[in-house]
Ligand binder design. Sequence first.
Ligand SMILES: [Zn+2]
Length: 272
Amino acid sequence: MNSRSLMMTVLIAVSLMLTNCFVPVSSTESTTSGPAKATGNTSPDAGKPPPAIYGLQDSLVACSGCSNELLTAKTTGILNAMDALKAFTGTDMQLSPKPVTFHLSGDQVCGSYAQGLTGDYTDNGNQPQICLFDAEKKNRALAFTPENAVLPADQLLPAHEALHVWFHGRISDYNIQEPFCKITSFIIAGTSGIVKNETCGFFHDSPGPDRLMYDLCKLGMDTEKVSLTLKQTAAAADSAGRPLTSSEFAGLVTSVLGQDATPAFRRAALIP
Ligand SMILES: [Zn+2]
């Protein structure tokens, strides 16, 4: 789940190159699944196809080597997690002219799997791509079977990466996104052994994105307040029509916690 800048750059470049030519069609066995319906507003303009507007629930799932049974199970699991994410954050991602595509295996968008890869997202604003490498990965918590793939516990990484996409247009700084993606994915996946308000145990006082949540937890950040923070972030950014600055976000968290959160953001070097 850690961002790998080099790989991200490569993936963004590949994604940009493929923006106009990648079509996740079912030309080979079990390539994609999931609804491809267009929702939302459509333009009545004659002569131009109306822009299709997609939300998290319209996500596609692609896998080049999965059985139909496995692809169907994982698609159900992912779409259920997208529902849970929307409920938890109170809103959808900012609607996109292309659906989010989850790639379960290495392909022309994600590149080949390399040992140690967990997952990644690329988000150029109009074609979100999430690479999971489920088909190749050896370090999955659960074996990649139809029985497991449908479970909430198997959606830790899809929920984490989808929240990065959700942040697009709302919060730009990866180091702010990351701890919120991490704690939210634990909550959505209902990871075994974690109950409400115990997710803070996963954050340590170490350099990097963990430090912010470690400090916010000490100020009372819990499941309910993470949800409230995300709901208010979406409302504020969508209303402003631009991402919140790090200082604005620190102010929002301060208001949610009822305690000054700016020292935590400062200690994590996120605000001056
Ligand atoms: Zn992440």
